[in-house]
Ligand binder design. Sequence first.
Ligand code: A2P
Length: 283
Amino acid sequence: MNDLGNNLTVKLYNGIEINSIGYGTWRVNDGEAKNMVKTAIDLGYRHIDTASIYGNEQGVGEGIKNSGIDRKKLFVTSKVWTSERGYDKALYAFDKTLEKLNLEYLDLYLIHWPCAPHISSDYKRVNIDTWKALIKLYKDGRVRSIGVSNFLPKYLNDLMDLEYRPMVNQIEFHVGYRQEETLEFCKQNGICVEGWSPLGRGKVLSNVTLNEIALKYGKTPAQISIKWCLKNGVIPLPKSSDKNRMKSNLEVFDFELSTADFNALNSLNLGSSSGLHPDTFNR
Ligand code: A2P
């Protein structure tokens, strides 16, 4: 146990520490968020992931306040939605996000999805303008780190030579969907990878290989999935609305995955469980 919660921390390239497991709040509605986030913090989560599109920032903020925890001990992330792209709109979106969360600052602010050629022929400029807004927020001290989400290497490349490169890339990452090329690019460039839907929305948990491995370690398939993310150097953001599952999703630091089991899981190819891809995503 360290003073940032009962999971370990990793350092971003700017020296900021981030908890190695986060609580994902996608599909937790605003009403539920208040209780769920307080419960998560009570259980030991210190890293909370939300987004303006989730529509739950107010509830997340209330959960944080009600937990009574020292703000400095939390790592809070939110994201710029697709309709908030562009320099001025992103700055405005950030203000709204802070207001809803009722916080003074964020620990991490991400561009939720890249603008892409199927959306605009000017997509590179749109991504750069949005990124420049995040750089301003970072330099103004309103957010401790900045990054992107769902950026493939070809989209990341457009941001690499600006004043700051992304510190984080949050991508779909679960057993059977490892996104090797993006993972490798981020590793090479010191960009921390976070995994959304690390349980494949619950769909991959019935996989036979995963279950055989789980049985061997006396762990649940979800715990093996989370451990597998960590062993890949990825920060998983599991979501659960159930207190017992929320708790067990954190209990992954008392065993090691063998290289053979790790490799067996790495070689599974189940495809994306969300079916979402930056080259076709159009919301
Ligand atoms: P629930 O909220 O009822 O626990 P992901 O984080 O990959 O998007 O997956 C979220 C889904 O996985 C949710 O449906 C969630 O359901 C389920 N889930 C979360 N933790 C566990 C667990 N430990 N065991 C089984 N299912 C889980």
